[in-house]
Write a protein that binds this ligand. Structure first.
Ligand code: JFZ
Length: 447
């Protein structure tokens, strides 16, 4: 719902008589949306899936741009795509075994290829020899297994002529000569989003990406956009079709009105190792970090930088301790299978979650900021200290901690842990506890 303070305008959808009057700029999320945000935060952990025509080249999802492949040549992937081992149930099972509660799937990446049976373009999966609407199958499989489904949607397009490619930072080598026309491109996106939010059941989120194509690089002083994306119209449309649907935009900026969560790419909130995360963590909306399980988003045959089970666990826990979700990515093979290096690691981390899930799901960031030894989470009368390595001096101090503590235990075996409550805070003695696992959890119970 958008309430008027500034301008007022109308958006007509797909030439239908359905015209919604949208009024900028204060955004009041619907009750169902606020509820969805809570569920999202409780769920904590999701599977990101980058997959499409580009997977065939085994060189990541940016291959069209990186190799300056012309649209005319790139098109030759279309008659060659037949993911014989695609099985939506298997993908969903992989997520479930990993302890994940949601999936975010690439419906359309920067190469503009639609992974569903869109009526708005011929550049789509149902025009490959495979013919199947994989999104339909994935949506059904998710529904059956109680896994929520979010949809990644690129606002940047390296394929279409009407995308304002002249002012784009990327996609300059794909041979487009026509004139960009944002009004036409915007209508196309709205029509596609209408399909996605009408024909595939309840959609948890729309995960936008591509805004940065029209700005100076991250970290630049001026990050203004060279085009007016008219997000109020796009977001208004989404929320009118599915009020609970959470909108996020990977623009690496402070959330804009109409956005329901904030994402961090390859960084935990507050970090900026990627050089993409100059934005501050929002206090208002849920946070989500997305990361790759190796070094690439889309299938990349040169990439063997597989994260270990320990790294995956610490990523998830590190996110939870910063009050954020983790959206962990896999790039399935062109066959449709997710490679065993990924599924094995995901399953092993999932085993850890079977034991330690209580300290992650349904929690929020704990009372103490991330420390050299680890992070904290909390839920009700419980505070969980997630200790990644032996604390200095075998002592953990929670400065200024005032609440009365009932008991402190090692989470996994209920071994009592000594503690003192003093003026400077709560002091926990970790002598005798071994810290060789990925995450040793110390469980503080409040009175
Ligand atoms: C974006 C996509 O480009 C990428 O393919 C993947 O989908 C990821 C989740 O999101 O990543 C970016 C975004 C911005 C820049 C680089 C990668 N950038 O501004 O240089």
């Amino acid at each position: 719902m958008l309430v008027s303070v500034l301008s007022k305008f109308s958006a007509c959808i797909g030439g239908l008589a359905l015209c919604i009057s949208l009024q900028a700029q204060i955004y009041t999320p619907a009750p169902a949306n606020l509820e969805a945000r809570k569920t999202f935060q409780d769920n904590k952990y999701g599977l990101f899936i980058h997959w499409g025509l580009s997977s065939m080249l085994g060189d990541g999802e940016w291959v069209m741009n990186n190799r300056n492949i012309k649209v005319e040549d790139y098109k030759r992937l279309l008659p060659a795509f037949y993911p014989a081992q695609f099985d939506a149930d298997k993908w969903v099972q992989t997520a479930k075994n990993a302890g994940m509660k949601y999936i975010v799937f690439i419906t359309r990446h920067h190469d503009g290829f639609s992974n569903w049976d869109t009526k708005q373009s011929d550049w789509k999966i149902t025009n490959t020899p495979f013919k199947r609407d994989v999104l339909k199958e994935l949506a059904a499989a998710c529904k059956k297994e109680g896994i929520k489904l979010g949809l990644y949607y690129s606002t940047l397009d390296w394929y279409r002529e009407d995308y304002p490619h002249e002012t784009g930072r990327t996609g300059q080598g794909t041979g487009r000569t026509g004139k960009g026309n944002y009004a036409s491109y915007l209508q196309f996106m709205k029509n596609q989003l209408t399909e996605l939010l009408t024909n595939y059941g309840e959609i948890m989120s729309i995960w936008f990406d591509g805004h940065w194509d029209q700005t100076n690089p991250e970290g630049a002083h001026d990050r203004s956009s060279r085009i007016d994306w008219r997000y109020e119209e796009i977001y208004g449309l989404i929320h009118s079709l599915q009020p609970q649907c959470m909108i996020g935009n990977n623009h690496h900026l402070t959330p804009l009105p109409g956005e329901d969560f904030q994402m961090f790419e390859r960084d935990l909130p507050g970090e900026n190792k990627s050089g993409l995360s100059f934005q501050e963590a929002s206090q208002e909306v849920p946070l989500e970090t997305c990361e790759t399980i190796n070094g690439a988003w889309g299938y990349d045959i040169k990439d063997r930088r597989y994260k270990t089970v320990k790294q995956v666990i610490q990523l998830l826990v590190g996110a939870a301790g910063r009050n954020a979700n983790l959206l962990l990515n896999v790039g399935p093979m062109p066959s449709g299978l997710i490679q065993p290096e990924f599924t094995d690691t995901l399953a092993a981390a999932g085993k850890w979650l079977e034991k330690y899930g209580e300290t992650i799901y349904g929690t929020r960031g704990g009372p103490i900021a991330p420390q050299s030894w680890g992070v904290s989470t909390q839920k009700g009368k419980k505070i969980y200290l997630h200790v990644f390595k032996q604390p200095y001096g075998n002592m953990i101090l929670l400065p200024g901690f005032k609440e009365k503590v009932k008991q402190v235990q090692v989470f996994i075996n209920r071994q009592p842990v000594k503690f003192k409550q003093q003026a400077e805070g709560l002091i926990i003695q970790t002598e005798g506890i071994s810290f060789d696992s990925a995450d040793e959890v110390i469980d503080i119970e409040l009175r």
